[in-house]
Unconditional design. Structure first.
Length: 468
């Protein structure tokens, strides 16, 4: 478009309810139409014999629908207060941007250029059938499901109409061809700190609609882990990254439509007939040669794959990084700035490793519980109610987790308020908390408490931005 037109005028009418836009003065901002997507007016002018790139102008219009209608009737191209903008690489957006800050940000390495083998998370198309709380429940359901007629299975498991990519017959055929192999019952990280189970054959359009086997098969190994993060976000702030040592659901970090999750495994394994054996075959790091050359130029050596991973995880958890580059983090995969300071690299990698162990629930620190659980033996989640005064969350009239500071209760990963989401999923499923569930929830509280502290420490360690 820049090459085609001479002048481009963009009048942004905003009103995007998905982004929950508000006017700069804090008042409500409404759409000019009865739709969720924001609206803009574009005027494109093309002059003959012009070979220069277009000059781009931008202006905003905020407020109520009525005020926008009134102003649009009064305004003309000459009376709008236009701001001249200069769209720049790589996205050439028709919105005002801090070009100096963008240039600084673009000095970093896009995470998918660092770890080129990746894919979106698993889409089952029928979570109710394919994702269960325990391995035993998976075994029971798949044996029952495969024994039923197609229509009886559809009715019993409330599967609805078939789609192009997922059909009851496809799912049953997939199970029959594997012969119900219990070794294919594997853990899947479903939501933050929420491990479930599924039956994973790796076949597309089978029991699982889109298993992403080319990438996910690498997560069936016991010694692998990877990033799960979003390419684009619509949330007000960026906290859309988590770690996994298992296959991951598409909505692990967020279930918002524009916040699809991608898995980037640290290690890639050779193809084998049995993905869950041969644990000692040679693995290769999922790190591009160009990136390894770049980091060697910075540090004078190539760190271990794990330390590179930990360093990145630490930087991506820096509150200053998240705030400073917020407008760019919404658009595409995060960019990782490299340091030439070996001491800084090692210190950040150490903090990143601590975060990784916390988020994988492997840290000894998780045993230092800060909460108490009070209640009867029922432990049925019938409500999720938090009291900041009492610092407690109630799961029913008689059962409470006590000693949860408000900052921890409100902590978000991706699109989820972690502690609230974990309990509400169990309320929706009408589940009682087992003794292990109660301890696990208390450990999540500790993990989040330590995460908040380490994030602040990371900002203290990084002397300034841009990182040097």
């Amino acid at each position: 478009m820049l090459q085609t037109f001479t002048k481009i005028y963009i009048l942004d009418l905003h009103g995007n309810s998905k982004k929950k836009e508000v006017s700069p003065d804090g008042s409500a901002d409404k759409n000019v139409f009865d739709i969720q997507q924001g609206v803009s007016i574009g005027i494109f002018i093309k002059e003959e014999n012009n070979t220069d790139l277009a000059t781009v102008y931008h202006s905003d219009l905020w407020g109520s629908r009525e005020s926008k209608y009134e102003l649009l009737q009064q305004l003309s191209l000459d009376t709008v207060e236009w701001e001249k903008i200069e769209p720049s690489s790589p996205f050439y957006l028709f919105i005002p941007q801090d070009t100096d800050l963008l240039e600084e940000y673009n000095q970093g390495w896009k995470i998918t250029d660092i770890m080129p083998i990746n894919s979106v998370g698993i889409v089952t198309a029928r979570d109710y059938l394919t994702i269960q709380w325990t391995a035993e429940e998976v075994e029971k359901i798949i044996n029952d499901f495969v024994s039923l007629s197609e229509e009886n299975a559809r009715e019993k498991y409330k599967l609805g109409k078939d789609t192009r990519d997922w059909k009851v017959s496809f799912a049953q055929d997939d199970l029959r061809k594997t012969g119900i192999n219990n070794k294919l019952i594997v853990p899947i990280i479903y939501r933050p700190f929420d491990l479930r189970y599924t039956y994973y054959t790796g076949k597309s359009r089978g029991f699982i609609c889109m298993p992403r086997n080319e990438v996910m098969k690498n997560m069936l190994k016991s010694d692998n882990f990877g990033f799960h993060l979003c390419r684009q976000t619509v949330s007000d702030s960026w906290q859309h990254i988590m770690i996994s040592s298992n296959i991951t659901d598409d909505s692990y970090v967020s279930n918002k439509s524009r916040e699809r999750g991608y898995l980037l495994p640290l290690y890639i394994y050779p193809d084998t007939e049995n993905q869950q054996t041969n644990l000692f075959e040679e693995k290769t790091a999922n790190l591009s040669p160009k990136f390894l050359t770049a980091i060697k130029e910075k540090l004078g050596y190539i760190p271990t794959p794990e330390n590179i991973f930990y360093y990145a995880y630490a930087v991506f958890h820096s509150p200053t990084y998240r705030q400073r580059y917020a407008e760019f983090l919404k658009i595409d995969f995060p960019l990782l700035p490299l340091t030439k300071n070996d001491k800084l690299f090692i210190t950040l990698a150490s903090k990143g490793e601590t975060l990784v162990n916390l988020h994988l629930m492997k840290s000894d620190q998780l045993n230092n519980l800060i909460t108490q659980y009070q209640g009867d033996k029922e432990n049925q989640v019938t409500q999720v109610k938090y009291s900041p005064q009492k610092q407690q969350v109630s799961i029913n009239k008689n059962c409470h987790f006590i000693g949860i500071p408000e900052s921890i209760w409100e902590f978000k990963i991706g699109g989820y308020q972690v502690l609230d989401k974990w309990l509400k999923d169990r309320k929706k499923a009408k589940r009682k908390l087992s003794p292990d569930d109660i301890i696990h929830y208390q450990k999540i509280v500790v993990a989040l408490q330590n995460t908040i502290e380490i994030m602040q420490e990371i900002d203290t360690i990084i002397p300034n931005f841009p990182i040097e």
